[in-house]
Design a protein. Structure first.
Lengths: 115, 111
């Protein structure tokens, strides 16, 4: 079974530029998560999708971050414009079923550096 | 707001020794996960603990959950170098989809 795929793996941009990340979850997984992991900390949930609907985006900085999951499969996370403090690893995870109690499987992450 | 505290944050231990990592959380939870993360890699699920008194073991690692004390432990028996990694606990608040992660415990096993 293929795991969660993410691209790109690394991205370096200057502040105020825009950037987009892509995630392809495990086939058949209805729930998709985006996390931000700052160096030395645990992942922090940014947004959770159930199929193509948003379940929780309470910690997403909506003035600069946006995410979508068209057709309930792939997802993109965008930052526009980026700030220095956005430097982090962005992790995508997916889980089967509609319950928040299902185990989450994580992708390899995208390491973003904002200069 | 659910707070999750892990300690220690850094742990250097000799091969063959035993040690315990602690995960405390602040509000009622109905599920707790332990993950492993190697440098530059993503998170790998180790254990899922769903009920009070749950104990799970895999190789040299054993995890337990005490929901009354709001405490989970990850016990390492006879450590080997391959266990060197960062270990995270993640806690789900009862009735919420969200998981809150601890800051992680960076474990280094030295010969």
């Amino acid at each position: 079974e293929a795991g969660v795929a993410q691209s790109p793996r690394y991205k370096i941009i200057e502040k105020r530029q825009s950037v987009a990340f892509w995630c392809n979850p495990i086939s058949g997984h209805a729930t998709l998560y985006w996390y931000q992991q700052i160096l030395g900390q645990g992942p922090k949930l940014l947004i959770q999708f159930q199929n193509n609907g948003v379940v929780d985006d309470s910690q997403l900085p909506k003035d600069r971050f946006s995410a979508e999951r068209l057709k309930g499969v792939d997802s993109t996370l965008k930052i526009q414009p980026a700030k220095l403090e956005d430097s982090a690893v962005y992790l995508c995870a997916s889980s089967a079923g509609s319950s928040g109690y299902n185990e989450q499987f994580f992708g390899p992450g995208t390491r973003l550096t904002v200069l | 707001e659910l707070k999750v505290e892990q300690n220690p944050l850094f742990l250097s231990m000799q091969e063959g020794k035993n040690y315990t990592i602690y995960c405390n959380y602040s509000t009622t939870s109905d599920r707790l996960y332990w993950y492993r993360q190697d440098p530059g890699k993503s998170l790998e699920s180790l254990f899922v603990l769903l009920s009070n008194g749950a104990v799970k073991q895999e190789g040299r690692l054993m995890a337990s959950l005490d929901t009354k004390a709001r405490l989970s432990t990850l016990h390492i028996t006879a450590a080997v170098h391959d266990l060197s990694a960062t270990y995270f606990c993640a806690v789900g608040r009862a009735g919420s989809y969200q998981l809150t992660f601890g800051k992680g415990t960076k474990l280094s096993v030295i010969p």
